[in-house]
Design a protein around this ligand. Sequence first.
Ligand code: M6R
Length: 363
Amino acid sequence: EKGGYKHFMYKEIMEDPQALVNALVGRVKNDRPFFEELEYYEELLKDADRIRVVSCGTSYYAGLVFKYFLENHTDIDVEVEVSSEFRYKRPHIKEGDVLIAISQSGETADTLESVRLAKKHGAKIVSIVNVVGSTLDRESDVTLFMNAGPEIGVAATKTYVAELAVLYLLGLKVMEINGYWDREAEEILDKLVRMPELLENVLRKDPQIRELSEKYKDYRNFMYIGRGYGYPTALEGALKLKEITYIHATAYQAGELKHGPIALLDVDFPVFAVMPDDSLFFKTKSNVIESKSRNAPVIVLGTEGNRSLEEITGDIIHVPPTHESLYPLMMAPVIQLFAYHIADLKGLDPDKPRNLAKSVTVE
Ligand code: M6R
């Protein structure tokens, strides 16, 4: 059932492009985003000045991408909160608010409780779920399924890709409904639809990523950095590394480095820089150069064709160019494979990391 792969996690990363295809199927019509499930709920997303999102772990980072996306393209405020915090705070919910809950399993206790709390205060729940018939699916007003197929590995991989895909489409839908549809939205949708093929190209970097993992596997600390859309990717990269390799990893917005964490950096503390060719590239680059001057080894995750990356380091992983908002999707397989190979090279079982369960059904 591992399809010839050594671990489920490896197999599931290799399924990233297929998960993307499955999440998109039937959801683009006449070059516009389309959700049959939302038919009766479009009204709710109209004239919304604020959307709330709750989720945990990897699903939380997917929520952050959604926030950057919608806030960069509309005037709508998106508040993303970790479920275990949301549920114990005064709920800032009013009748008719929309709460988006993101959960692969649909069984995460804190997310379920957040949803129950929001419902009690009159919110409508739109959930993004992989497991059909799960508790979250049953308790939501609308469920947008990820359609990623079962994910066995404890680390979320292909479901992260599927979550992002559904969230981009939902973001585009919200833009359309609220009068923000424009050429750029058209371009993003077009690039999203074409992305599965490009993800296959990214997966072909696997041997190079394994080599890099071999080189870096014995470090005990990692600093992941990124700006804008690169930041959730940094967070997710650090989480993947922590949970399956047990290497300490932290993630920061690149601009925050000089506010403290740069003090950690030295020859034993590598920086994993998420720096695609986006509008913040030169800002991130200057932070990476600062890190280098502290003698930190640097890995760069950047865009093909950018020659200036070679001035920084020899350890570069390239992904194909895309719209800047879509890099979290394009880069997902890389951060997943990097963590996977380190775990494998260390002789650890990435499918069953210590102390973790696939569904966190207790708080
Ligand atoms: O099933 P959920 O999406 O609600 O799970 C949320 C987190 O528990 C989950 O993403 C966790 O962080 C993963 N192990 C990350 O790989």
